[in-house]
Design a protein around this ligand. Structure first.
Ligand code: F6R
Length: 356
């Protein structure tokens, strides 16, 4: 089985995405400690928070929103678009997150935020966002990371977590961060490339996804993790996938499952479950799985590891990163580059500049 010939992975993975995944626990730890000394904004008059970014730089914002909303006394929204919503004004905090600093939607949100008089923080490795932030005197949270933005999710989450907790809106999560890091490290011992498929749950799940159309379903603080599994399968394994969220999926998805009949055996639905879910969502995970199984869907369940909510969020994310990596190895694709995304960005730029 290809997934047990791990010595061959290096050849298919010249950018060493595997090392990025292996070091994710350390990256989260590092990001959290880097965030302790960054410049902040005055929090007293802030009535809402907008986290603006795209793709690999937005997922950290989703994770933060899902983790923090049950504590933070003001609304937090994630904005993946140009400009900003109309409610943004002087009493808003807008945090712009872009790994490269050159993403046009995020730069548009930056310019818009400046015009509205909102308070800003820019999170980036550099690029145009860093230049504009320096010019405008906006607090700049610059971090070093060479590689793909999606591999820097520890930074894009850990820095935002530090920002929101230092603004005084969140009980100090320091112990949960330590628990998340330790739980990811415990879990990854059995997920490494050299662990054979018979003992490696991530390789087994990847094997189940080969040749199938996966759907990942999560709830509460794991809803963005279901999205992360989907985006990682797209960008790392170059394969189709989708994600859904409970309880919402119980109000529509379950109605649309009998057709097309010939596609059902090709579907694979993975449910993400956590002991910190709302009890009704725990029940919904099990009942929804039964409904789909009866319709003939292949299903499986991942149980989040670790004690705290943050540990459960991050062990589930980390497991999904390994799954997408092993899926890439099964399909024989290079997990790092995303030529389709680069090409699309180039085409949009060329059209704007009048080149054909
Ligand atoms: C590529 C990736 C993309 C980028 C997105 C925005 O690895 O994850 O989803 O994150 O195109 O680019 P940045 O993050 O540079 O703003």
């Amino acid at each position: 089985m290809i997934l047990d010939r791990w010595e061959e992975f290096q050849e298919k993975d010249p950018g060493n995405m595997l090392a990025e995944i292996e070091h994710l626990p350390e990256q989260l730890k590092k990001a959290w400690s880097l965030g302790q000394d960054m410049p902040l904004q005055e929090s007293r008059r802030i009535r809402n928070v907008v986290l603006a970014g795209m793709g690999g730089s937005a997922i950290g914002a989703d994770l933060l929103q899902a983790y923090a909303l049950s504590h933070v006394p003001i609304p937090i929204i994630v904005w993946r678009n140009y400009a900003l919503p109309a409610f943004v004004g002087k009493e808003s905090l807008v945090i712009l997150s872009s790994h490269s600093g050159n993403t046009e939607e995020t730069l548009s949100a930056f310019d818009h935020a400046l015009e509205t008089g909102a308070k800003l923080i820019a999170v980036t490795t550099g690029g145009e966002l860093a230049v504009r932030a320096k010019d405008a005197g906006v607090p700049l949270w610059q971090f070093e990371h060479v590689g793909q933005p999606r591999a820097a999710v520890g930074y894009s989450f850990g820095l935002l977590l530090a920002a929101i907790s230092h603004m005084g809106w969140l009980p100090d999560p320091v112990e949960e961060v330590a628990d998340a890091v330790a739980s990811m490290k415990d879990q990854q011992v059995a997920l490494g490339a050299d662990v054979p498929i018979a003992q490696n749950a991530a390789k087994r799940v990847a094997g189940q996804l080969v040749g199938r159309w996966p759907t990942f379903i999560g709830a509460d603080f794991l809803a963005p993790v279901a999205r992360r599994w989907r985006t990682q399968v797209s960008e790392i394994a170059k394969a189709v996938a989708q994600f859904e969220e409970l309880p919402e999926a119980d109000h529509n998805l379950v109605a649309g499952v009998p057709y097309p009949e010939e596609l059902i055996p090709k579907m694979m639905v993975i449910f993400l479950k956590a002991s910190h879910y709302h009890p009704r969502n725990q029940l919904r995970i099990d009942v929804t799985r039964e409904v789909l199984m009866v319709e003939g869907f292949n299903t499986d369940l991942f149980q989040a590891q670790g004690k705290s909510r943050l540990a459960q969020q991050w062990t589930t994310l980390h497991f999904g990163d390994y799954v997408s990596y092993y899926l890439a190895m099964s399909y024989g694709v290079d997990p790092s580059p995303v030529p389709a995304i680069e090409e699309l960005k180039r085409r949009i730029k060329d059209l704007t500049e009048g080149k054909s």
